[in-house]
Design a protein around this ligand. Structure first.
Ligand code: NAD
Length: 363
């Protein structure tokens, strides 16, 4: 049953990691390493069943293959899920045991933080393996990736605006922001500095207060954000917010935000937006600034170089919109095509013998 599922989407490897003393129960999934070492975060989640954890790690690992490929990174896609309660089950031994398993993969997989894990957890893994990103700045890393994710979203928004409005200036545009957390706060700062007007909502009163005070944003209720008069919608809180109920209310020309999996049903709701003349910038490319930033650590982190690479999200979105126009397909499909074509092309390149790449001659 598992091999059948692996075969369906050409998965490479599933690794079950167990440590009785610390209680570690983790699954590492490497989906595809054609482009390079497979990189993907570590999700710590209270899964009800092992099956649920396996399904999730496989889904997330495949998503990382597309994200890394579409971002133009020389990285494959993978993910780790840890079964347990992130509030009570963490310990030094727990993460160091996980670090040893990652080390045993000898660089095929590189871990980073995700939902339920932190920079401190990655630091413990770093005690056991160099194959970890998103560690503390004191170790020479880029630290919290959220400001870089925000920079990428901002550049993606500018390029999508060029498609929607004819030019990429956001001055005078109104942007409706759902959730003003880590990423969106920084994104709002960039937008405010360029002269955009902001309408915000959040379940956290304090987050709203900051946006209102710092960026002169107008606050609305959670339910009202979908129907506000604005040019751009930036979902930066949860997945699945673009659905049968919300889409008919939207008056925006384009959608570009940091949240993962914004479309509840990728095909159905992607088409619904298109029918309403709303351009949807593919979320996994829009929010790739974070992974672009952490992956710079693999070369020895350089903030200037990482910033330039993150700004490159503008051109990646441009490429995707051009493919969508040429092939008359949705931008999300175009992003998937771009990722698949890049993997296919490099797979063929790898088929050519090169003594250095194949490591046949020790010089
Ligand atoms: P965060 O938790 O700091 O911010 C999310 C905000 O949304 C919070 O302020 C929260 O109160 C608010 N929120 C929750 N439910 C809401 C609701 N129903 N309506 C309105 N607001 C609500 O998270 P973040 O790190 O800023 O990430 C935001 C999104 O971007 C997430 O979907 C995340 O997966 C995605 N993302 C983040 C990064 C990163 O670098 N942090 C990278 C890629 C993708």
């Amino acid at each position: 049953m598992i091999f059948e599922k692996m075969e369906q989407s050409d998965y490479e490897q599933l690794v079950f990691c167990h440590d009785k003393t610390s209680g570690l129960r983790a699954i590492i999934c490497i989906h595809d390493s054609t482009l390079g070492p497979a990189l993907g975060g570590c999700r710590f989640w209270n899964y009800d069943t092992e099956e649920e954890a396996i399904v999730d790690v496989m889904r997330l690992a495949k998503g990382m293959t597309y994200k890394n490929a579409a971002a133009g990174l020389n990285l494959g896609g993978a993910k780790t899920v840890v079964m347990g309660d992130p509030k009570t089950d963490k310990s030094e031994a727990f993460f160091r045991a996980l670090g040893r398993y990652i080390n045993s993969l000898d660089g095929r997989y590189i871990i980073a933080e995700d939902v339920g894990t932190s920079v401190e957890d990655m630091d413990m893994i770093y005690q056991e393996t160099p194959y970890v990103c998103g560690i503390s700045e004191s170790f020479g890393s880029g630290g919290n990736p959220s400001p870089m994710t925000a920079l990428g979203v901002y550049y993606a928004m500018k390029r999508t605006a060029k498609e929607a409005f004819g030019n990429d200036t956001l001055e005078g545009k109104t942007v409706a922001v759902q959730g003003v957390g880590n990423v969106a706060y920084h994104m709002c700062k960039f937008l405010h500095e360029e002269g955009a007007d902001l309408i915000v909502t959040d379940v956290n009163e304090e987050a709203i207060k900051c946006a209102v005070e710092d960026f002169n944003a107008k606050a609305v209720s959670i339910e009202d954000i979908y129907g506000v008069e604005a040019d751009i919608f930036a979902p930066c809180a949860l997945g699945g917010v673009l659905n049968d109920e919300s889409i008919p209310k939207l008056k925006f020309k384009m959608i570009c935000g940091s949240a993962n999996n914004q479309l509840l049903d990728q095909d159905k709701h992607g088409k619904m937006l298109n029918e309403r003349g709303i351009i949807y910038a593919p979320d996994f490319v829009v929010n790739s600034g974070g992974v672009i930033n952490v992956s710079d650590e693999l070369q020895g982190y350089n903030k200037e170089r990482a910033t330039q690479k993150v700004k490159g999200v503008y051109n990646q979105i441009g490429k995707i919109l051009n493919i969508a126009n040429e092939k008359n397909i949705l931008p999300l499909e175009a992003a998937e095509h771009l990722a698949e074509e890049r993997i296919e092309a490099l797979l063929r390149v790898h088929g050519k013998f090169s003594s250095k790449a194949n490591n046949q001659i020790n010089k």
